[in-house]
Design a protein around this ligand. Sequence first.
Ligand SMILES: *[C@@H]1O[C@H](CO)[C@@H](O)[C@H](O)[C@H]1NC(C)=O
Ligand SMILES: *[C@@H]1O[C@H](CO)[C@@H](O)[C@H](O)[C@H]1NC(C)=O
Ligand SMILES: *[C@@H]1O[C@H](CO)[C@@H](O)[C@H](O)[C@H]1NC(C)=O
Length: 516
Amino acid sequence: MERRNKFVVVLASAFLFLVQSLLSTTCALHRDHFPPSFLFGTSTSAYQIEGAYQEGNKSLSNWDVFTHSQGMSFCIIHTCLFWFFHCAGGKIKDGSNGDVAADHYHIYMEDIGLMHSLGINSYRFSISWSRILPRGRYGKINPAGIAFYNNLIDSLLLRGIEPFVTLTHYDIPQELEDRYGAWLSPKIQKDFGYFAEVCFSKFGDRVKFWSTFNEPQMMVKNGYGTGEYPPMHRNKEFIAGHNAILSHATAVEIYRKRYQVKQQGMIGIVIFMCWFEPLRNNSLDFLAAQQVMSFQAAWFLDPIIHGDYPPEMRQALGSKLPTFSIKERRKLQYKLDFIGINHYTSLYVRDCTFSPCKSSRNIDESFIYTERNGIPIGKPTAMPNYYVVPYGIEEVVLYTMRRYNNTPMFITENGYAQSSNSSMTELLNDNDRVDSMRQYLTYLNNAMRKGADVRGYFVWSLIDNFEWLYGYTMRFGLHYVDYNTQKRAPKLSARWYEQFLHGVEVQHEHEQVDMI
Ligand SMILES: *[C@@H]1O[C@H](CO)[C@@H](O)[C@H](O)[C@H]1NC(C)=O
Ligand SMILES: *[C@@H]1O[C@H](CO)[C@@H](O)[C@H](O)[C@H]1NC(C)=O
Ligand SMILES: *[C@@H]1O[C@H](CO)[C@@H](O)[C@H](O)[C@H]1NC(C)=O
């Protein structure tokens, strides 16, 4: 009897599982396809939204100084660490800066209200280092900076929103640049460790998710390789990267030794990851695509997890790539609890090492294409070279799962750019963003079904904001921002996300949102 019951239960659950799998592959996307504990959120960063660049005793950051010295022509942009040419006027496309940005510093409570309406359970933001430590470790901790983030964190928690905190999202106190060249010097490790420890000790009782860096590859490639970002150095990206990797390890070591057991949080790093598809169906292009993935993601993740750079990078770069001492290697073993993935697009790769190309644009002798036989890899967006290629998210997640032993992953950014010069009606009725989100989430879910340990998804971004070299010409927000009045208005995508998070079956029909 007992056995028979058991058998019936097993049979019934197998049947249920089958029905569930069938339903989930044939039906629309549903919140229930993701575990209840899954973090669904939105992402922002300090410099892009806060403004108040000289308030509360904050010092100038590298980005304040950079945006205030316009002039150098803006001629190169990067997509997935590749060069694409694109000439415009000043350094920042519209000559703007983050002095005011979306004024979040003053109206963060309103922004938390928007998050609450969406129904998100997590919010990813970054801390402005120059608010907390205006002079790095050469001066005092700034109480006004601590107070701002305490208020933000407490207000989030009151609304049931889990803070997911990035320590540095490109911006650092300018003083560290002036004193010793920031990421070019090993001295930055001590400064970063000190800053991290101040944050763990002040906020770690309430913050359970820490990432050390946002997209360190973009930070060093653009700031130290091509010179488009501050401090505008060239050909020094591997030295800057080396110091960033060791700074990451320093912060993780401090967290694990002194805070993690007590505070029970996780610490990781956020990596920029495009998917690279071989242009032609041959083994050369397959190898080239794999190689490009290594140069992009494994550049940082291999050392942090396995203690050294990927062999293919060492082979291609030789002595241009710094080496880790034995002591440093020991310090680098498995120095993270999760991998954050920022994923926006996919590109084609063609081998140029063993087959002739017209020209080569990258260190590893591969050539990047956005089209195959005249057909774009996906639907274009307002951001040059960013295409909507939903299966790409499944590919990057499976790649990361295989290469790093299914370390827990979060999609820390995924988003869709609109051009600011579109009409208000178009901006609010962002059906293309809705399509993009729905499709990317569907493919993310596929990866999870194949066993990938993905624990969260954050849309870039909560609100329109300062998009680095593009200034205010690009809009990534679920909410529209009128920069004259700082009024926010939900776009269709905000309503869509809200419905999805509230468990509404989201087939997508195109609707209308009224103008504000
Ligand atoms: C800024 O620093 C000065 C000098 O230490 C202090 O008197 C003032 O109260 C601080 N301002 C804020 C907003 O904390
Ligand atoms: C790629 O080439 C292999 C054989 O080299 C072939 O079996 C396969 O069908 C091709 N795939 C596509 C998509 O053309
Ligand atoms: C709007 O911006 C896009 C992308 O920045 C640009 O390609 C286009 O020419 C602009 N259109 C107008 C009417 O200015």
